[in-house]
Ligand binder design. Structure first.
Ligand code: ADP
Ligand code: MG
Length: 591
């Protein structure tokens, strides 16, 4: 079922499932309507709109698809908190609620696959879906845990043959199968409680560790025993343990954490400042950095990266040639372009490798990144370094680029931004690194001392500050109003957003990990457009948006009442990344 370590649980429960008092009593009204409209045209399904009682559950049918091929109908299965029976201890904090909701979502998904027979009929007939969480545990709209109720937000393809309603099948789906799925996944007594408790404890421990990092002067932690490599380039599942070399921290970098559950974890601490990861090709450098990049999110038990924990505001910065850039101050890296354009407010519809990477970096800082994650594999070489011969051949005044190696130290000193960098091909960063970690057959060694022996000594510190306080980029009311835009913005797969006539390309935003996050960002852009008052900078606008989400829940992002759609909470960094990649973005400046 694609979720190792979790999939066995539902079937192994020994106790008899609890069936709430009247669950089996069906809703006569729903069944009567379905009997009446059996065989009629698909539009007659509209009569189902509203809330129906099915035993202990309520079924709210919020949106009915227009035909069998359209996206399935949106419904909510609602259960009183008392009947659901989740102890308050499990859901008394954010981490607990997110973990329980995530657990119920995964169980609902599994139960639906088990209980709903092979789909038959036209189009989406018979589909029952709640979304499909991956290896990360994200705050989602799929299961709401409120003080008075729990609610599963699902999509159901109402059955048809051609465009004719199959009423009997719909009745069986809604009044027999759906309650069975809900019983198996939404009622505490029917769940594997040990697995649920472990899920909650794991998330609480992970979040505690994440919160502890700054106090220990760390930006990331990679636990001993972690399995970092993935099954394949297109799978996020762990490589089989027999094929993977588990992570072991170098003695000199090992740290230990005592966690709230009583568990102690040990592993490699990556300190604030500049850390360079070196090693031969294919020795696991990018794999380590990618795990750290994903470590901004918690992971499910059995993933292998449960104890790879990164500060929540670490941002991957890569080259992305071809992207549009609007009014970004890239002058710390690039000045005197041959075109004569002012790099203090750089705008282009087609950035080069180096200008795109400079813009990505400056935008990451604007979004509040504490830590930058950079891999040579996805960087522009001329952005990163320039060697002595090239410096001799091309005089500085003919070279617009000041390479990252000359800016990495000021970034930390002036801006407080740490960097974790993979650089297997150049020793240039030894001069500026606080720590150098070598990977040898996937095993890390602390080679800081040797690297410093080889270094040319710290480079000349440039006089004065490099990152002068630049003016804020202001979103005006017209910034986010694409001409001719009538429909709400919409995700197009994980890596794209349809925004008016424009498409926003997010393929180079690797910490956007779930389609449901992309959909949430699409809604967030529409919400931002409503919030703007011609005074707010982009970060201020996103802060206002986040405060509303904190106060009113993730549902608030949705334009729909009732069922909010399948949304997962994005970070502010990815919201800003999407705004920044909108090709018709227009900004003002506050000097
Ligand atoms: P590099 O960036 O150093 O060239 P990669 O991180 O791309 O190397 O890793 C090369 C290969 O080794 C990949 O196929 C990856 O899945 C595999 N790999 C990485 N780490 C491990 C590990 N700890 N155990 C087994 N295989 C690994
Ligand atoms: Mg690599």
């Amino acid at each position: 079922m694609g979720l190792p370590g979790l999939s066995f649980v539902v079937l192994t429960q020994a106790t008899t499932p609890i069936i709430p008092g009247r669950t089996r009593m069906r809703d006569r009204n729903l069944e009567r309507i379905l009997a009446q409209i059996d065989g009629r045209g698909y539009v007659s399904y509209r009569q189902l709109a509203g809330t129906h009682r099915i035993g202990a559950f309520r079924l709210a049918i919020d949106h009915i698809q227009i035909d069998p091929y359209a996206p399935p109908s949106r419904m909510r299965v609602i259960l009183d908190r008392e009947t659901a029976g989740f102890p308050g201890e499990l859901t008394c904090d954010d981490a607990g609620r997110i973990a329980v909701s995530d657990f119920m979502t995964r169980r609902f998904h599994q139960a639906a696959r088990r209980i709903v027979p092979q789909q038959s009929g036209t189009g989406n007939s018979g589909v029952v879906s709640i979304g499909h969480p991956g290896q990360e545990v994200l705050e989602r709209t799929s299961v709401l845990i409120a003080p008075d109720r729990v609610e599963a937000r699902i999509e159901v393809g109402l059955p048809a043959r051609g465009r004719q309603i199959r009423g009997r099948e719909a009745a069986r789906l809604l009044t027999e199968l759906l309650p069975r799925i809900a019983e198996a996944s939404l009622i505490h007594a029917n769940l594997d409680q040990r697995a649920l408790d472990e899920h909650v404890v794991l998330l609480r421990d992970q979040e505690h560790l994440r919160r502890s990092l700054p106090g220990h002067g760390l930006v990331a932690f990679v636990g001993d025993g972690a399995i970092l490599p993935r099954l394949s380039g297109d799978s996020d599942l762990p490589l089989k343990t027999s094929d993977a070399v588990p992570f072991t921290a170098p003695e000199t970098l090992r740290v230990r954490f005592d966690l709230p559950s009583g568990r102690t974890v040990s592993g490699m601490g990556i300190a604030e400042g500049i850390t360079v990861i070196v090693g031969g090709g294919y020795h696991g450098k990018s794999t380590l950095l990618r795990a750290i990049e994903r470590g901004v999110y918690p992971h499910i038990g059995g993933d292998g990266r449960e104890w790879v924990i990164t500060r929540p505001d670490a941002v991957t910065v890569r080259a992305e040639d071809g992207r549009a850039v609007t009014d970004v101050d890239i002058s710390p890296f690039i000045t005197n372009l041959p075109s004569g354009s002012d790099t203090r407010s750089f705008t282009t519809t087609n950035a080069s490798g180096s200008t795109s990477q400079a813009a990505n970096l400056v935008e990451a800082l604007e979004a509040g990144a504490s830590t930058l994650l950079i891999d040579e594999d996805t960087s522009a070489t001329n952005f990163m370094i320039r060697d002595a011969r090239m410096r001799a051949l091309i005089p500085a005044d003919k070279e617009p680029i000041t390479p990252f190696v000359d800016r990495i130290r000021p970034l930390f000193v002036e801006q407080g931004a740490s960097t974790i960098l993979v650089a297997g091909g150049s020793g240039a960063f030894f001069d500026v690194a606080d720590h150098v970690i070598a990977l040898d057959h996937y095993r890390p060694r602390d080679v800081t001392a040797q690297a410093h022996d080889l270094a040319a000594g710290p480079g000349k510190t440039p006089p004065g500050a490099v990152f002068s306080a630049s003016s804020s980029r202001i979103l005006t009311r017209s910034s986010l109003h694409p001409p001719g835009k009538r429909k709400p913005a919409k995700a197009q797969g994980r890596a794209g957003i349809r925004y008016g006539e424009a498409t926003i390309d997010l393929a180079s935003v690797p910490q956007l990990v779930d389609l449901a996050q992309t959909q949430a960002i699409a809604h967030a852009m529409d919400r931002l457009a409503d919030l703007l008052d011609d005074q707010m900078s982009l970060p201020e606008a996103v802060t206002a948006l986040e405060q509303r989400i904190d106060a009113e829940g993730l549902d608030w992002l949705s334009p729909h009442r009732g069922h909010p759609g399948q949304l997962a909470r994005p970070r502010r960094h990815e919201i800003q990344a999407a705004v920044n990649r909108y090709r018709d973005l227009r900004l003002a400046r506050k000097r």
